[in-house]
Design a protein around this ligand. Structure first.
Ligand code: NAD
Ligand code: TYD
Length: 344
């Protein structure tokens, strides 16, 4: 894919990883442009992109990816070179209590975007998926791109369904699409419902932190900036029709993560409380990222201890950000932005 003067349509760019990706690509490529489409659900926050206010290379539409008419209009008007889809409902616990929204956005929304890409003759479509499509591992082994798809949560099942739609649009319509499957991300701007920011914000308030089950579940953690760099490489140099696993090479039990956070915040181990397990809780995720390393030269750069320390510091220094997202106050940022721009 051409690198000069690229125009990207990013869906879900106001969320945690999408905003990291937008900040990264506009920082790294002076001649790139980004159009961000986001519904601004509870998880989408334009304050994550406040640094881009006034940057003419960046535009925003508040829109739902399930709205086919709107997606077709935006693609026809903006004529992007590529679409990168981050937009999704993303929290496993929410998917257990209300699966239908996950099917709507993650499955139907993906189908709408694939159709918009096909009709608009878009040169490249990248679907941001997850290692959770592969299900759960025992103590040994890692997920490769050939591992069977065995999703266990409604969230994972919806992401798997979306991946299969991407495959069908490649095979049937010749869409030049690629799927990335990454492990658990951490870093600044993550909504404080996910393990790491949830626990940091609870500990900041001197509250106990709820560890599900025996706390021995394992996740492979990667900094969102490393994920963003990997997506950029896949977008530019990945092979159409392929799947690329992305991982941090950094497996930790939830107890290990919790103890690191307790120590970083100067709290005693007694603040760790074991609570009943999440239904269908996957035991272990681990990524074999040989393909993305060998083909595209992608390696994670952020050492975990350093990344985690910086992330804790970021949450401590940005208390108004997380208090704002907890209360919904951040939507005022959108109203302020909208009144200045006069555009949705
Ligand atoms: P997030 O929940 O922080 O952000 C999701 C964004 O999508 C929000 O800005 C939200 O407003 C937007 N959105 C939701 N529904 C929408 C709709 N119908 N139309 C338009 N926009 C909508 O999620 P995240 O952690 O940044 O994850 C981004 C993507 O990466 C997701 O597809 C997720 O499955 C995938 N992923 C996440 C992780 C992780 O650890 N967070 C790991 C691997 C893959
Ligand atoms: P989470 O951040 O929800 O990501 P995912 O389920 O997509 O991997 O959870 C990460 C791990 O932390 C997972 O094993 C569930 C566990 N967890 C807890 O033990 N307590 C909590 O309050 C949360 C939110 C997660």
């Amino acid at each position: 894919m051409k690198e000069n003067g690229l125009k990207l349509l990013v869906a879900g760019g106001a969320g945690f990883i999408g905003s990291s990706f937008i900040r990264h690509v506009l920082g790294a490529h002076g001649d790139w442009r980004v159009v961000n489409i986001d519904k601004l659900t509870y998880a989408g926050n334009l304050a994550n992109l406040a640094g881009l206010q006034g940057d003419e290379r960046y535009g925003f539409f508040r829109a739902d990816i399930c709205d086919a008419v709107r997606m077709d209009e935006i693609v026809a008007a903006e004529k992007p070179d590529a679409i990168v889809n981050f937009a999704a409902e993303t929290h496993v616990d929410r998917s257990i209590s209300d699966p239908s929204l996950f099917l709507r956005t993650n499955v139907l929304g993906t189908q709408v975007l694939l159709e918009a890409a096909r009709k608009g003759g878009i040169a490249r479509y990248v679907q941001i998926s997850t290692d959770e499509v592969y299900g759960s591992l025992g103590p040994q082994g890692k997920f490769t791109e050939e591992s069977p798809l065995r999703p266990n949560s409604p969230y994972a099942a919806s992401k798997t369904s979306a991946d299969l739609l991407v495959r069908a649009w490649c095979k049937t319509y010749g869409l030049s699409a690629i799927v990335t499957r990454c492990s658990n991300n951490y870093g600044p701007f993550q909504f404080p419902e996910k393990l790491i920011p949830f626990f940091i914000t609870l500990l900041r308030e001197n509250k106990p932190v709820p560890v599900y089950g025996d706390g021995m579940n394992v996740r492979d953690w990667i900094h969102a900036d490393d994920h963003s760099r990997a997506i950029e490489a896949v977008l530019l140099r990945g092979r159409p029709g392929e799947i690329y696993n992305i991982g941090g090479g950094n497996e930790r039990t939830n107890i290990e993560i919790t103890k690191l956070l307790l120590s970083a915040l100067g709290k005693p181990d007694s603040q760790m409380k074991f609570v009943p397990d999440r239904p269908g809780h996957d035991r272990r995720y681990a990524i074999d990222d040989t393909k993305v390393r060998k083909e595209l030269g992608v390696i994670p750069l952020v050492p975990f201890e350093e990344g985690l320390r910086d992330t804790v510091r970021w949450y401590l220094e940005n208390e108004p950000w997380w208090r704002g997202v907890q209360s919904g106050e951040y939507l005022k940022f959108y109203d302020q932005w909208y009144s200045q721009q006069g555009r949705t």
